[in-house]
Design a binder for this molecule. Structure first.
Ligand code: TXA
Ligand code: MG
Length: 360
C-alpha cells in the first residue's frame, strides 16, 4: 500500500488535506494523525472493519480495546449508555485535553472497537489538526497510539513513518506532539474515579475536581486475581530493542553503578547506552549517552522519553542503563512507561552515608 504523507502545522492546518483524510476514514481507511499526547492511528470507530484493520496494521491483539476520539462535547452522549456525574465534571474541567474516560458503551460502537468489552474509552483531544480530522471523519475516530504493537509510542512524524509507512493510507505530519506521553485513563463508571493509566493529568488534579480518586492496582505494579481493567496493561509495552535496566538510588551511587555496568558491557563487546538527565550527562564515562532533559523541567523529560528510546534503537544499542525519573508532577506517568519498557527490570541501590541526598 502506498502511504500518502500530508505535512502541516497545528497553527496552519491544511484543511483540504484534512478533508481528504476524513474521507479516507469514512470509507474505511486508516490515517495516522498528531494529537497533543502522541500520534494516533485513526479509523472509523463505528466501523468494525476499520477497527480490525487498525489491529492488523499495528500487529496488536484484538482484545486490547481502542480509544474513541470525539471533537464535540455532546458526542460523548452518542456512544455511551450512561454518563456519570463524575464523568461530566471531569469533562467540563479537563476536555479538550489528555484525559480518556471509560464509560458504559451503547450499540453505536461495535464490540470490535472495544475489544469485546461493554465499556468504551472516550477522549476529546485538544490539538486543532486532531479536532478538524475527527469532524471531517464523521465525529468518531478510534485511535490507538500509531506505533507497532509493543514498541515505543510515536511522538514525531518520523516515528510514525518508520512504523507505519506502507501499512496505512495516509500520515498527517503535524510536527512533534506537545506532551509526548499518552493520556491519563480514568474509569468513571462509578462514583470514585479510578486511574487505569497515569498521564499528564495527575491523581491530585482529579482529586481537586472530584474530591477523591483511586489508582488501579495494576498501575502500582501489584498483581490482581481478575483480568486487568485496562487490557493493554497486560502486554509488554514501549520497549526498545535493547534490554533496558533502571538503576535507582542516591545520585552518586547511581552514576558510579552505571559507569561500572557500562564498562563491563563494553568489555564484553556489548553496545551499551545510558539514559540520564542534562544535569548528570557529563558524569557518564562510557557508551552512548542520552540526556532526556533537565530534572527541573519534567515536561521536557516526558517529551523526550519515547524519542530517546527510539534513538537507542537507531544507534543499535544492545543494553541500556537508565536513571529513574520520579519527578513531582509527571513522575508517575514517566516511570509507568519506563517500568514497562524495562519489563520491571530495576536495580535498587542502598543509601550510603554520603552528603548526597538527591535520590533518583
Ligand atoms: O493519548 C492517548 O490516549 C493516545 C492518543 C492517540 O489519543 N492513544 C492511546 O491509545 O494511547 P492506546 O490504544 O495506545 O492505549 C489505549 C489504552 C490501552 O491500554 C487499552 O487497554 C485501554 O486504553 N482501554 C481502551 N478501552 C478501554 C476500556 N473500555 N476499558 C479499559 N481500558 C481501555
Ligand atoms: Mg499504545
Amino acid at each position: 500500500m502506498k502511504t500518502e504523507i500530508a505535512v502541516m502545522t497545528e497553527e496552519e492546518p491544511d484543511i483540504e488535506a484534512i478533508e481528504k483524510a476524513g474521507e479516507i476514514i469514512r470509507n474505511g481507511g486508516l490515517v495516522a494523525f498528531p494529537t497533543e499526547t502522541v500520534y494516533g492511528l485513526g479509523g472509523d470507530a463505528k466501523n468494525a472493519g476499520s477497527s480490525r484493520k487498525i489491529y492488523a496494521a499495528k500487529g496488536r491483539p484484538s482484545d486490547n480495546p481502542l480509544i474513541v476520539h470525539i471533537a464535540r462535547m455532546d458526542d460523548l452522549y452518542g456512544i455511551t449508555s450512561e454518563v456519570t456525574e463524575t464523568a461530566e465534571k471531569l469533562a467540563k474541567e479537563l476536555w479538550p485535553g489528555p484525559l480518556t474516560m471509560i464509560l458504559k458503551k451503547n450499540d453505536e460502537i461495535p464490540s470490535a472497537t472495544t475489544g469485546g468489552l461493554d465499556t468504551v474509552a472516550v477522549r476529546f483531544p485538544s490539538g486543532r489538526i486532531a479536532q478538524e480530522l475527527i469532524k471531517a471523519a464523521g465525529g468518531f475516530i478510534a485511535a490507538p497510539s500509531a506505533n507497532l504493537s509493543g514498541r515505543p509510542s510515536t511522538t514525531r512524524a518520523a516515528h510514525v513513518i518508520h512504523d507505519m509507512d506502507g501499512r496505512i493510507d495516509m500520515i498527517i505530519d503535524g510536527g512533534d506532539c506537545k506532551i509526548g506521553l499518552e493520556s491519563t485513563i480514568v474509569d468513571v463508571t462509578g462514583d470514585v474515579p479510578v486511574i487505569l493509566r497515569p498521564g499528564f493529568y495527575s491523581g491530585s488534579r482529579i482529586e481537586e475536581i472530584i474530591g477523591k480518586f483511586s489508582v488501579d492496582p495494576v498501575v502500582k505494579g501489584e498483581k490482581t486475581d481478575g483480568p486487568p481493567k485496562a487490557p493493554g496493561m497486560k502486554y509488554r509495552h514501549y520497549a526498545p530493542k535493547a534490554e533496558l535496566i533502571l538503576v535507582e538510588g542516591p545520585q552518586n551511587a547511581v552514576i558510579s553503578k552505571i559507569n561500572e555496568l557500562t564498562a563491563e558491557s563494553i568489555a564484553k563487546g556489548v553496545k551499551a547506552a545510558v539514559i540520564c538527565s542534562e544535569e548528570t550527562k557529563d558524569m557518564y564515562k562510557n557508551g552512548l549517552i542520552y540526556a532526556m532533559g533537565s530534572r527541573n523541567s519534567e515536561e521536557e523529560i516526558a517529551h523526550s522519553l519515547f524519542d530517546v528510546l527510539r534513538q537507542t534503537d537507531d544507534a543499535g544499542a544492545e543494553i541500556i542503563y537508565s536513571e529513574t525519573f520520579d519527578t513531582p508532577l509527571l513522575g508517575k506517568a514517566i516511570m509507568n512507561r519506563l517500568f514497562k519498557a524495562a519489563g520491571f527490570n530495576m536495580i535498587r541501590l542502598q543509601e550510603e552515608n554520603t552528603n548526597d541526598s538527591t535520590r533518583m
